[in-house]
Design a protein around this ligand. Structure first.
Ligand SMILES: [Zn+2]
Length: 493
């Protein structure tokens, strides 16, 4: 009887804790929505000219302690220009990205208004990639401005985040997005063609997008309404507390769905012979991270087969997966992990790409192991071989090779970025995992997720979450790997 009572008490306590945690998580979401800037975009796509025409209103609040004389936006579509200094893909990927030959895109502005008044905007940055909107009288702390941008985005024929191809239209990083304010200043990093050179704050979006009615759309956010009119459909979306807003559309999509917890997982495909397996991978990964890291707070998650010159690309509520990729299922798991690390917990993806790439890659290996697909040891052996071989080759040509984990622009090549961010990143997290054990590893990640969701977390915060749970030993592992002083054994296999 006592035991029964204890069980009842325990069940009650566990239930109360679960309710408290859920409430806590819901509160964080509410706060993020309340503190997020508001984007409203009314746009349409012309399938003949491949132009997106849009009117975008941004209600922005200066949440920093500094005053500014202008508001800055990244205008990533300008990177697809022929005369861009940093072409959107490195030379080694050009043939893959442009199978139909060179094609260019850009963004052009018809008008910019601040609080209803037209202003003389400028396009700046090292590569015409920053829109500067002057604020008369200054943009003071806590001040709100409403900026209206009227623009056209010309899409290139390219297998990339943004562009059209024979099967889909990809709309990633397609609209002007506010530059992140860090240390009291707008960060205006250019678009590097290595890594994912983006840092943005969570915000709220209302997007009305009009398309020919034969197109099927996968999008960030929730579909509120779809209005048919004369051969076109206007899709109305609301997305709250998301770091970006992306869409992929195609007349060829088939959609299948499954529910995981409170999230509907949708898979959009046109050339996948094993679509059910792909949907299962996405659902399996979502369930795995819900259980081990923290609950995914959104009601929709879309996995989308598309044409892209790399394996896949993550956006909030949406993962692009490259058609025909040899590691298609791994890419689905990897991009799904990014829903937590990049999406919910942000980081500076230029300075510390290992924080989201290394972690997402390692979580993929843990999931593949738990799902009985590939033993963790096999993937880690492969990572060790790749890293050691790569560094050995570098050592033969250069002396005192830099083994530190650097910002994306500091790597000499795309392969160096991949080895040091994904491969070495995985080795770093695996060393921590093997040293502290699964239980402390997950507890540290849960704390990190709990503390840092909806923010842009510095690397020190990730490290402290591990040190607080696992002790200084974990901190030393991070430091050694980041500084390039780790010891990874020679592999002779
Ligand atoms: Zn990734």
């Amino acid at each position: 009887m006592k035991k029964f009572l204890c069980v009842l008490v325990a069940v009650f306590l566990i239930a109360m804790c679960a309710i408290a945690l859920a409430a806590c998580s819901a509160d964080k979401m509410k706060t993020a929505v309340k503190n997020g800037d508001e984007y409203t975009i009314v746009a349409s796509y012309d399938e003949q000219s491949h132009i997106v025409s849009a009117v975008q209103t941004v209600k922005a609040v200066n949440r920093s302690e500094n005053s500014f004389d202008s508001v800055k936006f990244h205008i990533y579509p300008n990177q697809y220009r022929e005369d861009a200094t940093n072409l959107v893909v490195p030379n080694v990927y050009r043939a893959k990205a442009y199978p139909n030959g060179d094609s260019w895109g850009d963004i052009s502005f018809d008008s910019v208004k601040v609080d209803g008044n037209s202003v003389a905007f400028t396009v700046e940055g090292t590569d015409c990639d920053i829109l500067s909107v002057p604020i008369a009288g200054g943009f003071f702390p806590d001040k709100t401005v409403e900026i209206e941008l009227t623009y056209q985005v010309q899409l290139a024929n390219i297998h990339h985040r943004l562009g059209y191809n024979d099967n889909t239209v990809n709309l990633g990083n397609w609209y002007p997005v506010l530059c992140h304010i860090d240390n009291g200043n707008y960060t205006q990093s250019p678009y590097y063609n290595v890594g994912d050179p983006f840092v943005s704050e969570v915000a709220n979006y209302n997007v009305n997008f009009t398309l020919p009615e034969n197109y099927i759309v996968a999008s960030t956010g929730e579909l509120v309404e779809a209005i048919k009119d004369n051969g076109y459909v206007t899709y109305k979306y609301r997305a709250e507390a998301v770091r970006d807003f992306a869409m992929v559309t195609s007349a060829k999509f088939t959609k299948i769905s499954q529910t995981v917890g409170d999230t509907q997982v949708n898979y959009f495909y046109y050339n996948d012979a094993d679509a059910q397996n792909s949907l299962s991978t996405a659902c399996g990964m979502l369930e795995y991270l819900n259980k081990n890291v923290g609950t995914y707070p959104y009601t929709q998650y879309n996995v989308v087969e598309t044409e892209f010159c790399y394996g896949g690309m993550e956006y909030p509520n949406l993962s692009m997966i490259t058609c025909g990729s040899s590691s298609y299922q791994e890419a689905i798991a990897h991009e799904t992990a990014h829903q937590w690390f990049y999406g919910l917990v942000g980081n500076d993806q230029i300075a510390n790409a290992w924080m989201d790439e290394g972690l997402s890659e390692y979580l993929t290996y843990l999931y593949l192991d738990s799902a009985g697909v590939t033993p963790l040891a096999r993937n880690m052996l492969s990572c060790t071989q790749t890293y050691v071989t790569y560094v050995d080759v570098l050592d033969k040509y250069y002396q005192n090779v830099d083994r530190s984990m650097r910002s994306v622009d500091a790597y000499k090549s795309d392969s160096e970025y991949v080895v040091f961010t994904y491969v070495k990143g995985s080795l770093l997290f695996n060393t921590v995992y093997e040293t502290v054990g699964a239980s402390k590893f997950w507890k540290s990640l849960q704390n990190y997720f709990d503390e840092a969701q909806f923010t842009v977390a510095p690397s020190s915060q990730l490290v402290s979450c591990f040190v607080n749970v696992c002790g200084e030993e974990a901190g030393n592992i991070f430091t050694k790997f980041i500084e390039g002083k780790e010891i990874i054994g020679k592999v002779t296999d």
